[in-house]
Design a binder for this molecule. Structure first.
Ligand SMILES: C[S@@+](CC[C@H](N)C(=O)[O-])C[C@H]1O[C@@H](n2cnc3c(N)ncnc32)[C@H](O)[C@@H]1O
Length: 248
């Protein structure tokens, strides 16, 4: 999941990539943003992609710095959000070793720290810190490893979507899958993607100098995991983690 990957996906972004804004029917992420929003404050949307969150942020804040590793995504975002004059777009790689950023009062980072590469994730988490002013608020959403394992266990136990027919095509693939899962990296649509434990997320942010206020589930329907979820399958629904934290 490097820059090339995201540039390649960009033209088909809306088909290929899960839409958190649309699927968070609880409105918990919007509520968390509104809780810290103000027309006196600046906000950065880290990994903004095609700008789905930009209209909401531009309306609630004085100024928005929308950033992404993909130039094509930023272009699409700028076109889509051209009516909002208080938004600037910056291409940046949050996993880079050196980074020049405009620190803001609030940072929103929704399903952007997904890389299977540990070094890139370490750099990304360190960069979160420099994107914020002291006392600034972070709203971070990441995939949940607990949720993913829960869905895998259900799929296997009740053979959902013909899970029993799944073939691992080579020894190399089996080795990669086993090595990855120990690090919380598991495939989404055949792309190795980092998933996080709640405790892991709290630890990572605390060590980067954040005070974690809360970690909450953002629930989705079972249709987001399975093509044919069993009719009896209800709560608990699959989820991402949303962490609300403050830079000390
Ligand atoms: C799954 S999309 C999420 C987009 C958006 N936050 C949303 O919720 O609609 C992940 C985005 O993160 C961006 N991204 C991935 N790695 C990045 C990095 N190292 N630095 C900046 N952006 C990155 C990708 O280009 C992609 O647009």
């Amino acid at each position: 999941m490097d820059r090339k990957y995201w540039e390649r996906i960009a033209p088909n972004y809306n088909v290929e990539i899960f839409d958190v804004l649309q699927n968070d029917t609880s409105g918990k992420i919007i509520a968390a943003i509104e809780q810290v929003a103000s027309k006196e404050k600046t906000v950065t949307d880290i990994g903004c992609a095609v700008g789905k969150w930009v209209p909401l942020l531009a309306t609630a804040f004085k100024h928005v710095v929308a950033t992404d590793i993909s130039a094509i995504n930023l272009q699409l975002a700028a076109e889509k959000c051209k009516d909002y004059s208080n938004v600037e777009y910056q291409r940046m790689d949050m996993s880079a070793y050196t980074l020049t950023v405009t620190p803001c009062d609030v940072a929103v980072c929704i399903n952007a720290i997904l890389t299977d590469n540990l070094k890139k994730r370490i750099n990304f988490f360190q960069s979160l810190d420099i994107c914020l002013n002291n006392g600034g608020d972070l709203i971070l959403v990441v995939p949940s490893l607990e949720s993913k394992l829960f869905a895998n266990i259900i799929a296997n136990r009740w053979n959902v979507d013909d899970d029993h027919k799944e073939k691992i095509e080579s020894v190399e693939k089996a080795y990669a899958l086993a090595k990855n899962i120990k690090q919380g990296v598991t495939d989404i649509d055949n792309v190795p993607t980092k998933h996080y434990l709640k405790e892991e997320l709290e630890l990572l942010l605390t060590l980067e100098g954040f005070e974690v206020d809360r970690v909450e589930k953002i629930n989705y329907t079972w249709k987001t995991e399975f093509n044919n979820p069993p009719k009896w399958l209800a709560e608990p629904y699959p989820w991402d983690w949303m962490c609300v934290a403050k830079k000390k």
